[in-house]
Write a protein that binds this ligand. Structure first.
Ligand code: GDP
Ligand code: IMO
Ligand code: MG
Length: 429
């Protein structure tokens, strides 16, 4: 009986994590974000209302659910305020439901400017980042010069640290001819940050511990996906944080025994936004159909997502790295119209067949997928909530994925709305 569940992505992000977190918070009392920042875009659809969250955990729409942003998240105050205002306008009492760790590094305008300038300078080698300053902010964190939310408690010291930070980045900003907020203006902005952020600061490790001791259910919400992890992903075409299960502990302040169930989210096919190798990418009609039917446009940047077939070796590896308990296959309905479906079961690399993805982007770029082909089900799975009502061929597809990946499918998402799911086994049983 799991009291704490971790939801994370098994591919290159956008698997439908937000939808599942929103659904599962019906049974949880605390939701914890632990890495990434406002590069994430998590979509929640409840009836006719669509909500896209970037920083605020996907439990925010529920009464009686508290949401926390853990130390592993890099926080852009502007992005957070904008999101809070959007929620407040809709009548969500966000201030009452949200706490933030004082240890979160701040994303300042200079990080955003640096991220964007570096991408332009990289030309054809650009990563295709979201341009949100994520990489530069994490760089400052590990270099031990970041300004953190807790620094706002002492604004005089904050200003001194800000002077050093600006001095450190000045040559880079000049080299890239980047305009950013002036030091004086930044100091002014920090006063506003302090006013609005400090009331939200809370003891996140203490909160998780106390909820758990009271037997309350806790849900950890991953951002991005395993193939974007800075260590385990398709480096260097990755994000700058660890997106894997282990990061839930370090990014929030709890031990591994605080995570009792890991729900891995995988789309029934694959998508990727930004640059980097993608062995099963499609450039044909099937790819177009997936993109169109799946509305595959980024929830953060609006960029068109690249689409391809399900990559079983990559998802199998992701399940191992994350210790996945059960999988939720999402967007099965998007494939309803396909005449033929393919699953990548292995790769060919330099003439040799392998079923473990090679490390790094260069070798993966050389991999050719080995496919297994099945007839499409060409019947409606959209909105189906009963396993017995899924078309036999779609069930065969799911069973084949399960077999190849080595982890049971516990849930299937059959549409974007909160209640469009087939539930085999609920994580919070
Ligand atoms: P996240 O980043 O993992 O939270 O995923 P995103 O919100 O970026 O992208 C997933 C998109 O697919 C969103 O537009 C969701 O509304 C939508 N979605 C989620 N699950 C399903 C599903 O089962 N079927 C369909 N058709 N859409 C889905
Ligand atoms: P969610 O949580 C999909 C991708 C970017 C780029 C790379 C690095 O919605 O699944 P960054 O701005 O993080 O330095 O960009 O990572 N990326 C995502 N792709 N979903 C996301 O988040 C992503 N967050 C970052 O497109 O390729
Ligand atoms: Mg997303």
């Amino acid at each position: 009986m799991a009291k704490s569940v971790l939801v994370l992505g098994l591919q290159w992000g956008d698997e439908g994590k937000g939808k599942l977190v929103d659904l599962l918070t019906e049974q949880a009392e605390l939701v914890v974000r632990f890495q990434g920042g406002h590069n994430a875009g998590h979509t929640l659809i409840i009836g006719d209302e669509k909500t896209v969250l970037h920083l605020v955990p996907s439990g925010i729409l529920r009464d009686k659910v508290h949401c926390v942003i853990g130390n592993g998240v890099v926080v852009s105050p502007e992005a957070l305020f904008e999101e809070m205002e959007m929620l407040t306008k809709r009548g969500v009492p966000v201030e009452e439901r949200l706490s933030i760790s004082g240890a979160c590094p701040l994303i300042l305008p200079l990080h955003i400017a640096l991220d964007q300038a570096r991408e332009i300078a990289a030309g054809k080698d650009a990563i295709g980042t979201t341009g949100r300053g994520i990489g530069p902010a994490y760089q400052d964190k590990v270099a031990r010069r970041a300004l953190r939310i807790q620094d706002l408690f002492d604004l005089e010291r904050f200003d001194e640290k800000l002077d050093s930070l600006y001095a450190h980045h000045s040559s880079n900003l000049e080299r890239h001819s980047v305009e950013t907020t002036s030091l004086d203006a930044m100091k002014e902005m920090a006063r506003e940050y302090a006013k609005r952020l400090l009331p939200l600061v809370g003891d996140v490790p203490g909160m998780i511990d106390s909820y758990r001791k009271q037997g309350k259910r806790v849900l950890f919400e991953g951002a991005q996906g395993t193939l974007l992890d800075v260590d385990h992903g398709t480096y260097p075409f990755v994000t700058s944080s660890n997106t894997v299960a282990g990061a839930a502990c370090s990014g929030s302040g709890c031990g591994p025994n605080a995570i009792e169930y890991v729900l891995g989210i995988a789309k029934a096919y694959t998508t990727r936004v930004g640059a980097g190798p993608f062995p099963t990418e499609l450039f044909d009609e099937a790819g177009k159909e997936l993109g169109e039917r799946g509305h595959e446009f980024g929830a953060t940047t609006g960029r068109q997502r690249r689409c391809g077939w399900f990559d079983a070796p990559a998802v199998k590896r992701a399940c191992i790295i994350n210790g996945v308990t059960g999988i939720c296959v999402t967007k099965l309905d998007v494939m309803d119209t396909l005449k033929t479906v393919k699953i990548c079961t292995a790769y060919k690399l330099d003439g040799v067949e392998i079923d473990v993805p090679p490390l790094g982007a260069d070798a993966l770029a050389k991999c050719e997928p080995v496919y297994e082909e099945m007839p499409g089900w060409q019947a409606q799975t959209e909105g189906v909530t009963d396993y017995a009502k899924l078309p036999t061929v779609a069930v065969a597809y799911l069973e084949r994925l399960e077999e190849l990946v080595g982890v049971p499918v516990h849930m299937v998402s059959t549409g974007p709305e909160r209640n469009q799911n087939v539930i085999v086994e609920l994580p919070f049983a």
